[in-house]
Structure formats: structure tokens, C-alpha cells
Ligand binder design. Structure first.
Ligand SMILES: Cc1cc2nc3c(=O)[nH]c(=O)nc-3n(C[C@H](O)[C@H](O)[C@H](O)COP(=O)(O)OP(=O)(O)OC[C@H]3O[C@@H](n4cnc5c(N)ncnc54)[C@H](O)[C@@H]3O)c2cc1C
Length: 263
């Protein structure tokens, strides 16, 4: 049960509170995950990020896109400088009520398994600026960590936005989390595909990049049957109330193939 609620004015203050309360303390962004009743029972201290000015979207001096950790899904969709790739991914979020409050930072930290933005952020090689760390961390690597290092912003390089791109997701109903989500980017040299990135959510404990399959496809002419076969045999989803492992593996193959088709 929540016993203490802080609204720090600086990131340093927020981090110092987190260090003080450790696992019973949580950074609170939109709260769409944290305010679920079973989560509220788990934690005692919320550190609300609303006053930290982390909701800005801008292009930096290198022309790269910088998105504050507390930018909401709806703000991404409404922004004039956000590229179509991210808008399409943000539109997968099930409804506008949630899009109005759910943040990109919360999606990366809280939605590691199937967060709708994550496959796209991975194939766009998006990087996370962790507060206090010089080196930027790929989203792909950040989500593998168990700790919740403070995300200040997300950075996407201009050059990664020039590739062909596709995103697809499947959910059981139009008002449900995605069961499987996928995104791809690639370039084409005549009919051959190259510089391929494939990311799939819902088939492991985090969204994963299918590096072995990317290598196998590099420089080839895409064949749908081979692609779906490779993916079905590569991913190892778990059976749960949402679907059997066979169904999820089948879906993963089909969705990735659709991503290539629509790119
Ligand atoms: C009804 C409902 C429907 C949903 N539908 C979807 C959907 O369709 N697609 C989808 O992807 N998700 C969905 N979600 C999940 C959730 O809304 C998203 O993952 C959302 O982006 C989480 O963001 P938030 O700001 O609400 O996170 P919060 O709940 O505030 O936080 C989530 C986690 O992130 C941590 N955190 C937040 N910001 C930072 C930061 N800057 N640095 C470090 N840690 C941080 C928090 O401490 C917490 O552990 C849904 C949730 C609900 C309740």
C-alpha cells in the first residue's frame, strides 16, 4: 500500500529518494502499470516524475530526435516532428484514454515483454540516455537489465529513419494488450534485402531481436515461406491463457512477414 508520495523538483532528488527507499520505492510516470491494484499493494513509496520537465520532443544540433521519458503516446502521435514510424507504433496502444497518460519511458521499463513501442525502438536503433551515464544505451540492451536506471530521454538518429519500415501487432480484442508485436527495418538493393533488423515481442521475457534470422536473410531475395518457417522454429513463446506456444510462434512468423510486405 502506498504510504509516502513524493513529487521531486529535480532528477537528483528523485534518484536520491529511489536510493533511499530501494525496492519499496517506484518512479511514477503515467501510472498505467503502477496504479493497477496488484502493483499498488506491492510498493510503499511513489516518486512522481511530473515536475522534472521530461515531456519535451526536439531535434538536437545533429538533427537527431530527442524524446523526453515522460512524453505520452498521444503526444508522440500529435507531434509534428515525430516520424511516421513511431506514430504507427504508438497507435497500436489500445485506446486513447491510455494513450493520453502512458509514457514512452514507462513503456520501456514496464512493458519489456510486449510494449507496443519497443519493437519499433529496437529496429530504429533507439538509445536511452540514462541519467548520470555518459554512454547512451541501446533500448535493446536497456530492457535486458534487471535494474530500473533512470531514463531521461530516448534518442533516435536521423539516418535510422531512412530505412524501409513495417510494424504489426495482434491482440485478442481491439481493447487488449498486444499478444505478439513485430517491427522490421531494412534496405533494398534491387530485389535483395540488406541491413535488416527484426524485433518481436510476446515470445520471450523481453522483446527480442532476431539476429540469427537477420544474418540468414541478409543479401537474399525475401521468400515468405522461408521467413515464416525460420521464425516459427526460432522463437520459444510460452503457452498461457492468451494462446498456445504454437499459435504465438505461428503469429510471430506471419506478423514479421506482413511487416516486410507493408514496408
Ligand atoms: C488498461 C491498460 C491498457 C494497456 N494497453 C497497452 C497497449 O495497448 N500497449 C502497450 O504497450 N501497453 C499497454 N499498457 C501498459 C502501459 O500502459 C504501457 O506500458 C505504458 O507505456 C506504461 O507507461 P506509464 O507512464 O503509465 O508507466 P508507469 O506505470 O508510471 O511506470 C511503469 C514502470 O516504469 C518505471 N518508470 C517510468 N518512468 C521511468 C523513467 N523515466 N526511468 C526509469 N523508470 C521509469 C516505473 O517505475 C514503473 O516500474 C496498458 C495498461 C493498461 C492499464
Amino acid at each position: 500500500m502506498i504510504k509516502k508520495y513524493f513529487i521531486p523538483e529535480t532528477i537528483e532528488e528523485a534518484i536520491s529518494l529511489k536510493n533511499q527507499y530501494k525496492e519499496i520505492g517506484k518512479y511514477l510516470a503515467g501510472g498505467t502499470i503502477l496504479n493497477l491494484s496488484f502493483n499498488k499493494k506491492k510498493y510503499e513509496v511513489y516518486i512522481d516524475l511530473r515536475k522534472l520537465n521530461l515531456d519535451e520532443i526536439k531535434k538536437n544540433e545533429k538533427g537527431n530526435l530527442e524524446i523526453g521519458a515522460c512524453v505520452t503516446f498521444q503526444k508522440l502521435i500529435s507531434s509534428e516532428i515525430i516520424p511516421e514510424q513511431l506514430k504507427k507504433a504508438a497507435m497500436l496502444m489500445e485506446n486513447r484514454n491510455i494513450r493520453n497518460i502512458a509514457t514512452i519511458g514507462g513503456n520501456i521499463v514496464g512493458g519489456k515483454t510486449v510494449g507496443d513501442l519497443i519493437p519499433t525502438l529496437i529496429v530504429l536503433e533507439a538509445m536511452v540516455k540514462v541519467y548520470g551515464e555518459e554512454k547512451l544505451v541501446l533500448v535493446e540492451e536497456y530492457i535486458l537489465g534487471k535494474d530500473e536506471r533512470f531514463i531521461e530521454k530516448i534518442i533516435i538518429e536521423e539516418k535510422n529513419l531512412e530505412k524501409l519500415y513495417g510494424v504489426r501487432a495482434h491482440s485478442r480484442t481491439s481493447d487488449d494488450l498486444s499478444l505478439i508485436g513485430a517491427a522490421v527495418t531494412y534496405n533494398k538493393d534491387q530485389e535483395k534485402i540488406k541491413d535488416i533488423r527484426i524485433a518481436v515481442g510476446g515470445v520471450a521475457s523481453t522483446v527480442i531481436r532476431l539476429k540469427d534470422i537477420e544474418k540468414e536473410l541478409e543479401g537474399t531475395i525475401l521468400e515468405k515461406q522461408l521467413l515464416t518457417h525460420l521464425i516459427r522454429n526460432y522463437v520459444e513463446p510460452l503457452t498461457d491463457f492468451r494462446g498456445s506456444k504454437e499459435f504465438k510462434a505461428y503469429l510471430a512468423g506471419e506478423l514479421v512477414a506482413e511487416c516486410f510486405e507493408i514496408a
